[in-house]
Design a binder for this molecule. Structure first.
Ligand SMILES: *Cc1c(COP(=O)(O)O)cnc(C)c1O
Length: 220
């Protein structure tokens, strides 16, 4: 299969998962994760109609996306990897959506940088470390409500939703369910959860963004 065929398969599976869950397929957006792939591999996916893309490193995205965006202005770029505060300004210049707001210092820096933007501010999601893994970014679940409140009230950030990356060696459903519960009680609509191996389960549990890389682009 080529990338266009793999993309079509993923879209079909998303529609099927939405139907099975009794959800409107318009409520789930596919973010094609293009990290590690060069522009020449991304182009056919854009040409096949895909518009939302995810990258996990600011530096890498900076190398390939300005040219792609100039050519395809309606593409939308999502940052799905950790953001260092000293890269916040660059990230805001490149990305339409940031899924990885995960700590106070980053929230404060983003607020300051967004205030000096002339463009529309990016959409922001807070990353929750649902598995409380020490090596993983994200606020821990018990601190999520307070962090969401501080982002909104102190930093005046418009938070669209939450994102998680479950531990690799555990069933994903409890993590997706936990994230959905935190979003619900905080009145947040967007849920970024589900990757190549588990996006159908994530849709069943309420995902509004699924981040799918290898199922579209092939192995990295
Ligand atoms: C790489 C990555 C993905 C995509 O993973 P696949 O298993 O290739 O679909 C999704 N989310 C994040 C945060 C990633 O870093």
């Amino acid at each position: 299969m080529n990338v266009a065929e793999r993309l079509a398969e993923v879209r079909t599976a998303i529609h099927r998962a939405c139907r099975d869950a009794g959800r409107d397929a318009a409520g789930v957006q596919l973010v094609a994760v293009s990290k590690t792939f060069e522009a020449e591999h991304i182009m056919p996916v854009i040409e096949a109609g895909q518009r939302l893309f995810g990258e996990n490193r600011v530096q890498e995205a900076k190398g390939k996306w300005p040219a792609l965006k100039a050519r395809f202005p309606d593409t939308e770029l999502h940052l799905i990897g950790p953001l260092q505060t000293n890269k916040a300004r660059e990230a805001l210049a490149l990305f339409d959506v940031i899924h990885t707001v995960d700590r106070e210092s980053l929230a404060a820096t983003l607020a300051k940088e967004i205030a000096r933007l002339e463009d529309r501010p990016p959409r922001l999601l807070i990353q929750v470390n649902t598995g409380e893994e020490p090596q993983k970014a994200g606020v821990i679940p018990e601190e999520a409500d307070a962090f969401i409140a501080r982002c909104r009230d102190e930093h005046k950030l418009a938070i669209e939703g939450l994102m998680c990356i479950p531990p690799v060696d555990e069933p994903v459903a409890p993590h997706f369910g936990l994230l959905a519960g935190i979003a619900r009680r905080n009145g947040l609509k967007a849920l970024s959860m589900g990757m190549s191996g588990d996006y159908e389960k994530a849709i069943a549990l309420g995902a509004t963004y699924v981040r799918v890389g290898s199922a579209i682009f092939g192995a990295r």
